[in-house]
Structure formats: structure tokens, C-alpha cells
Design a protein around this ligand. Sequence first.
Ligand SMILES: Cc1cc2nc3c(=O)[nH]c(=O)nc-3n(C[C@H](O)[C@H](O)[C@H](O)COP(=O)(O)OP(=O)(O)OC[C@H]3O[C@@H](n4cnc5c(N)ncnc54)[C@H](O)[C@@H]3O)c2cc1C
Length: 218
Amino acid sequence: MDFRFFSALERVFDVAPFRQRLEQIYGERNIPVLFNHRVKSVDMEARKVTFEKAMKTPSGTSTERVTVDYDFLHIVPPMSAPDFVKKSPLATNPATGVQEDWVPTDKATLVHAKYANVVSVGDVAGLPTSKTAAAIRVQAPIAAANLISLMEGQAPSHRYDGYTACPIVTQYGKVLLAEFGYDKKPRPSLPFLDPGREHEAGWLLKVHLLRPMYLKVC
Ligand SMILES: Cc1cc2nc3c(=O)[nH]c(=O)nc-3n(C[C@H](O)[C@H](O)[C@H](O)COP(=O)(O)OP(=O)(O)OC[C@H]3O[C@@H](n4cnc5c(N)ncnc54)[C@H](O)[C@@H]3O)c2cc1C
């Protein structure tokens, strides 16, 4: 079977050592990784996908169209807040007046960049970290505490450091648990395990523990 991985980005993952390990895994499995490829159209009858490929040139960036045949295509669409948020004043950046894809949010206090009586958590919040339920688990109590402070006329004092956790399934029974914060440094919850390697403990966590943990314990 011939697998290929196309990404609109410039790297497989933003944070070392997870990036290096993922690159190794693609290499070990002979899966070519092609960056700067953005899907423009899909011809489902002919089973062809067309990308716009961006290339750096001495004078800037140029693009070309690349069409690839496929038998099976898995696409992750571009993400944004839902329309009822994105098209509301909540998504307008007060500094630029531009409507953004996410709610402009102070990355530490989680308070809205314009409306001091609004806090944001979760996927909708424009925070420079990966959007996960693990991140929300940490954000929610901070946002709640800061909202209470604001309602009492005090400055928000609780601060979020960008903690997030991406459990990346690398094979059946193993997970590379990428935990990190705004500083893009690994923040392993299981410090006795090499954070840059996939392990069974991560699988147990992802498959059996996370859901009840998020829904019942936290
Ligand atoms: C495939 C996949 C795997 C993931 N795995 C993990 C993982 O292992 N660990 C982890 O921590 N995170 C994981 N995540 C990320 C995690 O699921 C999200 O970060 C989290 O669910 C976001 O929660 P949220 O409440 O912010 O948004 P959502 O869960 O998207 O909730 C938003 C809710 O708003 C509702 N809504 C939308 N529009 C309207 C409207 N107009 N009116 C009323 N309701 C509306 C939606 O129906 C939805 O229920 C995964 C995500 C995906 C897609």
C-alpha cells in the first residue's frame, strides 16, 4: 500500500522532541511527507485531489497546482470557531478591527481582548496552544476564578501557561503523549517515561482513562 501525508504546514509538529519522533516514524514506514500543500479541490468521480503547493523563491513565495490520484482520501478541513461566534463582535480583534477565526483572548488570564466580562476556554479561544480537552481541563478553573474576580471588581490573578496534551496514536496499543505549554517545552505528566517515545501507558490513558477523567473527575 502506498501512503502519502500532505500538510498545509511546514512541519509535522511544532514541538521537539515530538516532531523528531514523528518524522522518524514516517521515515520508518516509508511514508513521504509533503509540506506546504493546501487542498483546493477534490474530483470524487475521477478520484483526484488538487493541492496548491507553496514554494519559497528569492523574491517571495510562488504557488503551483499539484493533482494527485487517490484510492482513499482522508482530509482534515481548516478549523475555526462556529459561525455564530466567528461572525459576531466576539471574534473582532479590537487592535486591528479584523474579524478573526477565533475569539481574541488574553493568553494568560483568558479574558476577552475587548470585553472584560467575557472569558474564553476551549476550541473557540484564540490561544497559541493546541486545542484539546486536556487544555480545557486546566483553562476552566482559571477562567472561572478570573471571571469571579472581575465580577467582584478585582483584577484577574489566575494565569494559564498554555498546558495542553495531544495523545498521538502511532500504532495499535501505543501513543506518543505530546504534553507542552506556551514555551513549547515538553511537560510530561509521567516523568519516568521518555516523553519523546510512544508508549503503552499513553494508550491506556487515551483509550481508557481520559474520557472518564474529563467527564467525571475534573
Ligand atoms: C478526532 C479528535 C480527537 C481528539 N482527541 C483528543 C484527546 O485524545 N484528548 C484531548 O484532550 N482532546 C482531544 N481532542 C480535542 C477535543 O475534543 C476538543 O479540544 C474539545 O472537545 C473542545 O471542546 P469545546 O467544548 O471547546 O468545543 P466542542 O467540543 O466543539 O463543543 C462545542 C459545542 O457547541 C455546539 N454548538 C455549535 N454551534 C452551536 C450553536 N449554534 N448553538 C448551540 N450549540 C452549538 C456543538 O454542537 C458542540 O457540542 C480531539 C479532537 C478530535 C477532533
